[in-house]
Structure formats: C-alpha cells, structure tokens
Design a protein around this ligand. Structure first.
Ligand code: NAI
Length: 703
C-alpha cells in the first residue's frame, strides 16, 4: 500500500495501489504510518513521497464513497495534516498524474517536483463534488484565484509547465523524477519547514473570476469553497466551510447522478448482448488496416475525417468528380481548422491528409477491411450499394451502414456475407460528436460486433452496441419526444415555450432548435418516402390510425428548412444564421393549424411540457430494454448523454426516471396521458416499466 525505503538520509515513501494509486483506506493508513516512522528515525532527515507504476496518484477511491465502506480514519485530511506537520521536509515527486486527492497530498507536502510530462487537476467537479480534503483551501494559497476557479470549476488538467507558471509546483524535472527528488530533498534538509506549510500561506488575490455555471450546482459550490478560502479568517475556518459544502453536494442527487455517469461510461467498453452471451471477453476483433466510406455528404466527410485522425487510411467514394472534389476540400478544411485551433501540428495534418484518397471507382475497394456506407437514407439505394460492395470487396471485409434508422437485416439480405453486415450510426457532425451507436443485425457475427466496438475505441468514440429495430435506440426514443413537442404546439404552446422548458431542464437546445440545426427537411424526406406527408389544406391528421401533427411538413413545404435556409421553427435572419428569433409567421401557421384540427388552444404548464416530452421518451427507452434492443440501462443513458445532450447531472433518462422521478410516478402519468390520448401510441406503457420484474434489471444502477 505504501513502501518505506531509505536512500542515505532520505526516506522514500512509495504509494502502491495499482493502476492509479487511488487513496483507499489502507493506502492512507500506510502513508500516515510511514510519515511517523520517518519522523521517529534519527537517520532520516528528509522524505520523498512518490507513486509506484504509472502515476503519483489519481486521487480518492470513488468506490469507497459509494459503498460507504472504509471511510474511517485516517481520512485524507488527516493524512495531509500529518504530512504537513512533519518536522522533516516532505518532497512530493509527481509523475503521470496528481489528480484530486493526489494533488491534495502534494499540496500537503512542503515541496512539489513534477515530471515534465505529468499533469495535475482537481476533477472533482466532474462527479459533482469539490476538492474537499483541504484542496479548495490550499490551491488559492499557491496560485492566483482565477486559476484556482478555473481548475475547480472545469476539472481540466494542467500541464507540468503550466503548473510551474501558476505556482502549484516548485520545479519541473526533465530527467529521472525519483533520483532528482532524492537529490533535491538532500538540499532542503537543513531548511525550516514552517514557511513551506501551505496552510500558513495567505490566499492570493481577492477577485473571483466569473465561473462557468451550467445548471449543475457542482461548479457553483466549487466557487463557494474558494470564496471561503478568501473570506475566512483562518485556514481552519475555511476547512469547516469546505466540509459543509461538500456534504451538501454529497447528498445532492446531482453528485450521485454524475458518479453514475462516470461509472456507466467506464462500463461501456465491457459491452455485451442482452443476457451477456456475446461480450467483450469472448470475442476477438478483426484488424482494421484500411477503410472506405461511400458517400461524402454531411456524414461521410465527417466519418472519413475520424478515420484519418486516428491514423487509419480511408478511401472515399462519390458519384462524380465535382462532388468528390467538394467533399475532399471539406475534409481538408476540418483538418486545417484543427491546425488553426492549435490542436494539431501542420506536420501531423499533412500526415493525416496523406491517408485520405478520393475515388469514383469501386474497384479500388478490393482490399479494404471495412466499408461504411453513408449515402442518402433510401433502402433501394442502400441495397444497390451493398450488392455492389459484396461483389467488389474481399470476403473478410465488414460492410457497415451509417443509416439513422433503416433495417440492417434488409441490407444484409442482399449480400453473401450477412454475418459481416452491421450498423455504425455516427452522429452529426461525425468528427465532433462522441457517440457511435453500433447496430447488430440478426446475422451479425460476434467478431463483427467486436470489430465495430473496437473501431469506436480507435476513433475515440463512446460506443454502444444495440439491436436492430426501426431507428435503433437513440432515434427511436427521440421519436415520441419530438412528436409530443409538436402535439404541444397544436394544443396551445409555441416553439420557444417548449424549448425554454427543455433548456431549463438542462438540454443545451430545445427540440425545435435542434430540428432547425439538423434541417427539418431530413425528417421530411424520410416521411415522404413512406407517403406520410400532409400538405397545407389537407386535413389528414392520422397515420395508421394514430395522431399525426403535420406542422413540420408545412414548414418544409414553405422552404423553412432551418438554420441553413435562415428560417425554420425560428427566424435566423439569413441563411446560415445562428441566432433564433420567434417568428410571427410560424406562430400564425401553428394557431391556424390547430384551429383547423379542432383544438381549443390553452395555456400549457411547464410541468406538463416536461412530463410529456420526457416521460414518453423514457417509456420508449424501457421498451428497448424489454425487447432486448438495448442491453443495459447504462447503454441507453450514455447514448442520451453523448448523442443528444441530455444533462449529465441527471444521469440520463433511465437514471433520471428511477432516481429523480420514481418509476411508480412515471407509470401513473403514462396511464393518465394514455387515457387522455388513446390515439397516441407512445403512451402505451412498457411492460418492463410497469412490472415488478423491472426492479431486478434496474438494480445494476443502484448507487
Ligand atoms: P447527404 O445527403 O449529406 O450525403 C449523401 C452523399 O451520398 C451525397 O454526397 C451523395 O452524392 C452521395 N451518394 C449518393 N449516392 C451515392 C452512390 N451511389 N455512391 C457514392 N456516393 C453516393 O446525407 P447525410 O446527411 O450525410 O446522410 C448519409 C446517411 O447518414 C443517411 O443514411 C442518413 O440517414 C445518415 N445519418 C445522417 C445524419 C445527419 O444528421 N445528417 C446523422 C446520422 C446518420
């Protein structure tokens, strides 16, 4: 847990809890004991605290908070005070990372040396808490307040060089950190430790920089803790405030939800099919040395950019030279923008672009290992392309589709290799959005599943494996949400009112703003293919016996496609404009349309708007679990966090349903809305949500 050795007059205390040297109880106890031992040993004159393996320490053991076990003494605060009170100087030798409690340990030490490649951070805010083992009181004593606010409210890591500039460490080491720390320790042996105790230093500066506040209370209370450092008369008084603030956070639902999100994300690479028979352990992915993308539109160009930025050569196929040139220049722009933003060197950009090849000739795809089809959302076209790819590509090649909702099995059925056919559903813009929803068809082999999950990892995506059904998991759940939003318009609400409620809940954008951003024509084209469109003047408001709201169709037919045409649900001033203004023309259209359909418009409360949009979506999520489309509730929640901007501090729709609202309440409201709207299919409650059996499957997330 912590190993004690000596090098002449220097005692070495090595934190040992691989892989991240989390500061669990046994580690804390061992550090305290060893500090005492070093102080009692007359041959020791200084102490070096360092970490075994890859890192100094990544901080507290979050599993301990969650289980509530092993929280006893010595707590981290006591360990830090033992270090600081040592009469012999303690030098923290940081390599890899000193995050959270790890950085607090280092700030408890009298000197801090850091390996040039190491980083420090207070990432507590990401799980809804704050650096509460003296960190919020110590950081503003070594660095300026603006930097402390930034570190505590964003959780972003700071490089060794920056940490030195900010005063968080004393020296950057370019050689061997441990031997340098030992030499350094020897030079400070006769110096008094008193002035080196951070708790005795004055807080730097009094101005608080404006903090990022996004609806989560975590960042706010991080600022409050730093404020306490400024305003308290003593370090001890500040510590008391730090403790009461973190208590407030610990017991808030937000912190638990953020911790759930943290663990759920880490569970995704351990993917499995429902029931677990095929999983990450019993499958082996194929090597992917070269890829191809068919169609260089919005999605294809972003997907190709993902491949090259991960070092995988890609061939991009378009229908003619003009389109090909256009898409290649678009991809070059994406790469160049990364250079301009300082994320990529010009040399690396050149290397990436050398991996890109545009072509009009399918014969060039003979040797690729995977093809991702991203042509128009049309089954006949996709089938034609799958047939052609099947004839051209080597037998081992995987044929994937980026369809946002069409049947993967139909595409597989036209090939001689259905076990190699799979869905890889990227989100727009594909080079930015983190989510990759991979779809297993009924014939998709375990090896193919493993390969696309591994591909997600290579492309640095958050990948989730789901089953094949219309619109898969994310877009399937989006359906009822968007439909409810439009029904609300017919009954009395306006687009900006609905969006406001959704944004207050925590979505970055409401449903109508998202529609305008994505382009209202996208859904329209899909509906048109199914013969679903209603034109103005026609009063057809039912589809297959269920309620249908045609207002979105009317908008598209009036040329209101969204931001790209300057007008959609909102007015953006000019094509490509981004600032939405409510538009009287749209409001008139909505009011006339609801009158024609016989609705008596009424004021709709924010509560009703929220319930109808969210509960219908949640119910659909339960159906995907019930039908074995989604394997686990965490998969659904991560799809919504990373693909649709669901607010992280509520954990995701399934977690929110269970922990913030209660399934009994949701069930009751589903029955209520179903009784009022027998013509709306999505109010039919999921059996899983309704049944007792649900409890067993939900228990995986009991946090
Ligand atoms: P898009 O219309 O921007 O691009 C389609 C491209 O495919 C065009 O450049 C077209 O020239 C090309 N193409 C058509 N037939 C071709 C052929 N035979 N060979 C080679 N290229 C051909 O469409 P977008 O938006 O990129 O969508 C592509 C696919 O991705 C669709 O299946 C769509 O449902 C799906 N998708 C779209 C999302 C979006 O937000 N736009 C999000 C996720 C999936």
């Amino acid at each position: 847990m912590a190993v004690f050795t000596k090098n002449g007059s220097v005692a070495l205390i090595r934190i040992q809890n691989p892989p991240m040297n989390a500061l669990k109880h046994a580690v804390r106890a061992a550090i305290t004991d060893n500090i005492k031992k070093a102080n009692e040993d007359p041959s020791v004159r200084s102490i070096v605290l360092h970490g075994d393996g890859r890192v100094f320490s990544a901080g507290a053991d979050i599993k301990e908070f969650q289980s509530g076990k092993n929280l006893g003494e010595p707590g981290l605060i006591k360990v830090i005070h033992t270090i600081e009170n040592s009469s012999k100087p303690v030098v923290a030798a940081i390599h890899g990372v000193a995050f959270g409690g790890g950085l607090e340990l280092a700030l408890g030490s009298h000197y801090r040396l850091i390996d040039s490649k190491a980083r420090v951070a207070f990432p507590e805010v990401n799980i809804g808490i704050l650096p509460a083992a003296t960190g919020s009181q110590r950081l503003p004593r070594v660095t300026d307040l603006a930097s402390a606010v930034e570190m505590c409210t964003t959780g972003m890591p700071v490089s060794a060089k920056k940490a030195l500039e900010k005063g968080i460490v004393d020296k950057v080491i370019y050689g061997d950190i441990l031997s340098e720390a030992i030499s350094f320790a020897k030079t400070v042996e006769s110096k008094p430790v008193g002035p080196r105790r951070v708790s005795t230093l004055k807080v730097k500066g009094k101005e608080i920089s404006s903090a990022v506040f996004d609806g989560a209370i975590g960042p706010l209370l991080n600022v409050k803790a730093l404020e306490a450092a400024v305003n308290s008369d003593s370090y001890e008084e500040g510590l008391e405030k730090e403790a009461s603030l973190v208590q407030a956070l610990f017991f808030s639902g937000q912190s638990r939800a953020l911790q759930y999100a943290f663990f759920s994300e880490r569970k995704l690479p351990k993917w499995e099919t429902p029931g677990g028979s095929v999983n990450y352990k019993n499958t082996t992915p194929m090597a992917l040395k070269e890829a191809a993308v068919i169609g260089g539109g919005t999605m294809g160009s972003g997907i190709a950019a993902c491949f090259i930025s991960s070092g995988i050569p890609v061939k991009l196929v378009e229908v003619n030279q003009e389109y090909l040139d256009k898409t290649l220049s678009g991809i070059r722009k994406i790469v160049q923008r990364n250079v301009e933003k300082g994320r990529l060197s010009q040399e690396k950009a050149g290397q990436q672009l050398s991996l890109l090849r545009g072509t009009l000739d399918y014969n060039e795809l003979r040797n690729v290992d995977i093809v991702i089809e991203a042509v128009f959302e049309n089954m006949d076209l996709k089938k034609k392309i799958f047939r052609r790819l099947d004839q051209t590509c080597k037998p081992s090649a995987i044929l994937a589709s980026n369809t946002s909702g069409l049947d993967i099995d139909q595409m597989a059925s036209v090939t001689s290799r259905p076990e190699k056919v799979v869905g890889t559903h990227f989100f727009s813009p594909a080079h930015v959005m983190k989510l990759l929803e991979n779809i297993r068809g009924k014939w998709t082999s375990p090896e193919t599943m493993a390969t696309v999950m591994e591909l997600g990892k290579k492309l640095q995506k958050i990948s989730v494996l789901v089953g094949n059904c219309p619109h898969f998991v994310g877009n399937r759940m989006l359906g009822p949400y968007v439909r409810e939003a439009s029904y609300l318009l017919e009954e009395g609400a306006l687009p900006h009112e609905v969006d406001q409620v959704l944004e207050d809940f925590g979505f970055a954008m409401g449903a109508f703003k998202v529609g305008d951003l994505a382009g209202n024509d996208v859904g329209y084209k899909g509906r048109k293919d199914f013969g679903f469109i209603t034109r103005e003047g026609q009063e057809d408001r039912f589809r297959q016996g269920y309620r249908y709201c045609p207002i979105a169709d009317f908008l598209v037919e009036r040329g209101r496609l969204g931001q790209k045409s300057g007008k959609g649900w909102y007015n953006y001033g000019k094509p490509g404009g981004r600032v939405p203004q409510p538009d009287p023309e749209v409001e008139k259209l909505i009011i006339e349309s609801s009158e024609k359909a016989g609705f008596k418009r009424r004021r709709i409360s924010p509560q009703e708007i929220l319930e109808r949009c969210l509960y219908s979506l949640i119910n659909e999520g339960f159906k995907t679990l019930e039908e074995n489309i989604a394997s686990r509730q965490e998969d659904i929640d991560m799809i919504w966090l990373y693909g649709y901007g669901w607010p992280r501090h509520t954990g995701g729709p399934m977690y929110y349903a269970k922990n913030f609202v209660g399934l009994d309440k949701i069930y009751e409201r589903l029955l209520y809305y179903q009784a009022l709207n027998p013509d709306v299919k999505h109010w039919e409650p999921s059996n899983l949500l309704a049944s007792e059996g649900l409890k067993g499957r939900m228990s995986i997330s009991r946090l």
